[in-house]
Design a protein around this ligand. Structure first.
Ligand code: NAP
Ligand code: MG
Length: 486
């Protein structure tokens, strides 16, 4: 653990942003935001009520005709200004993310850069909504397809990337001409509120983006999904909560884009460049302290190199500097809260009880703060819960395999299908395995797949729809078909 300097004051709005105004909750309720490195309360934030949620929907609904009629180029220019503003404010935003989320400052800077890129990408996509015209096969008429904004969109985001998960939704929604209500995670509402303020500075009109922190997420999101003016839900979070929201969205047949949990396999074949594979493993596992839906959750390593790979990974993991995210040189911050830390500890203890061997780590240092040491486990038995559940922390369980077929079977043996990683120097094998893997994304000799220009998303129970790329824009548009004779 590194030494702790004096924490700096947090400056971000703490009220709800509804219709361009900063307001308190209708019933005056508030909740506290904690610094996970110290447990200290850093802000008290308005706790949006059901009434506030519906007021935010009204504001978004009233702003919809104006924003959707704004020329696409003009919408794009507003988004481009937001990219510039975020870029100018990188350091300030990164430090705010560290305070409420805990991640190490280099991770937070990386997040701000990534988050801002969604505005640059969708500034460019705003003018590419497109459409279609062709002749009916019968020759009797033309088929004209218009792309129109889907309408008022509810955006619900998690705490692990407080900026990027919001901008990945706000960018395409605004580019498409939609207006939104953003409900950020209660652990990290401050970054979303800061972004709300910055969007106003960028020229987003009142009511186009409403930000509604709330600890009462079930009733508040539920009420919005039952308001017939809401046409879209874009959710990023756990599969369990996502499943419940899909049920609710059915009542008013709301269109859903869902980015849910993952259980990413990281497969290393014995012909891989082992140094590159270890470096990749560190990125796939430890970016954001392991708190990423794309985090490598299971390392499947071909038997001949398993011991060597395990040793090298343990060395790199053991050398990581853990501490308060803002402190100089820190590479790994605390987990976001006590429950997350306890869940990681429970998964590791369970694996060890089942017969796994600890190479490094496996322990939570004494507080304050919700820290867990970087951990490598080997000989993890296939029955261990740690291979089936999302770890969401700095723990790498290793499993040895013999054949390519066995690797693919092990990798696909999960209800999740977000991302998979493959390391091999045989590109034919790499592509063959990439095709066979049941996942929405594959990193082939590459540990970072997230890119605003690429379609991000999962198959199976990891989600529905894609964010980023051109697909990300289409999630916020409807096709209208006009049968026309001229
Ligand atoms: P979570 O508990 O599902 O929460 C996500 C969001 O949903 C938060 O804003 C939360 O609000 C809200 N929420 C919780 N219960 C709700 C309910 N009953 N009705 C409506 N909204 C509700 O997930 P998390 O723990 O914050 O985030 C971690 C999960 O997100 C992991 O499973 C991770 O894999 C997933 N994730 C996926 C992606 C992806 O792109 N696939 C990206 C990042 C994270 P409160 O905070 O107020 O509870
Ligand atoms: Mg917190």
């Amino acid at each position: 653990m590194s030494t702790t300097l004096q924490p700096e004051a947090v400056s971000a709005p703490t009220q709800l942003l509804v219709g361009g105004l900063w307001v308190d909750s209708s019933d005056g309720m508030t909740f506290e935001v904690e610094d996970p490195a110290t447990g200290e309360v850093i802000a008290v934030v308005a706790d949006g009520s059901v009434e506030d949620g519906l007021a935010a929907v009204s504001a978004a609904y009233e702003a919809l005709p104006g924003w959707s009629a704004t020329p696409p180029r003009q919408r794009g220019e507003v988004l481009r200004r937001m990219f510039d503003l975020m870029t100018e404010r990188t350091e300030e935003l990164a430090r705010l993310i560290v305070r409420e989320n805990g991640k190490a400052l280099p991770d937070a800077r990386g997040e701000v850069t990534y988050a801002a890129e969604f505005f640059r990408w969708f500034a460019e996509e705003a003018v590419r909504g497109g459409g279609d015209l062709h002749t009916a096969p019968s020759g009797a008429n033309r088929i004209l397809v218009l792309r129109q904004p889907i309408g008022v969109s509810v955006l619900v985001t998690p705490w692990n990337f407080p900026a990027a998960m919001a901008t990945r939704k706000i960018g395409p929604a605004l580019a498409a001409g939609c207006t939104v209500v953003l409900k950020p995670a209660s652990d990290t509402p401050l970054t979303a509120l800061a972004l709300g303020a910055l969007l106003g500075d960028a020229g987003v009109p009142a009511g186009v983006v409403n930000v509604l922190p709330s600890r009462r997420s079930g009733p508040v999101v539920g009420a919005m999904l039952h308001d017939p003016r809401v046409r879209k839900l874009s959710f990023t979070g756990s599969t369990a909560v996502g499943r419940g929201l899909l049920h609710q969205a059915a009542d008013c047949v709301v269109s859903c884009s869902m980015e849910l949990g993952g259980n990413a396999p990281f497969i290393v074949f014995d012909d891989a460049d082992i140094e590159a594979a270890v470096a990749g493993a560190m990125v796939a596992k430890m970016r954001n302290g392991g708190e990423a839906c794309t985090a490598a959750n299971r390392f499947l390593v071909q038997r001949g190199i398993a011991a060597d790979f395990g040793r090298r990974l343990a060395e790199a993991m053991g050398a990581m500097r853990m501490g308060r995210g803002l402190d100089e040189g820190v590479q790994l911050g605390p987990l976001v809260n006590a429950a997350s830390r306890d869940k990681v500890a429970e998964l590791v203890d369970g694996a060890v009880r089942d017969g796994a061997r600890v190479v490094v780590g496996a322990g939570a240092p004494a507080g304050p703060g919700y820290f867990y040491s970087p951990t490598v486990l080997v000989d993890v038995p296939s029955s261990a819960a740690i291979l089936r559940e999302e770890i969401f922390g700095p723990v790498a369980p290793l499993v040895a395999f013999d054949t390519e077929q066995e690797a693919v079977e092990l990798a696909n043996d999960t209800e999740y299908g977000l991302v998979a990683y493959v390391y091999t120097s045989d590109l034919r094998r790499g592509l063959r395995v990439s095709e066979a893997l049941e996942s929405g994304m594959v990193g082939l000799n590459r540990a970072l797949v997230s890119d605003p220009a690429a379609p991000f998303g999962g198959v199976k129970q990891s989600g529905l729809g894609r964010e980023g790329g051109h697909d990300g824009l289409l999630e916020f548009m409807e096709s209208k078909y006009v049968a026309v004779t001229w």
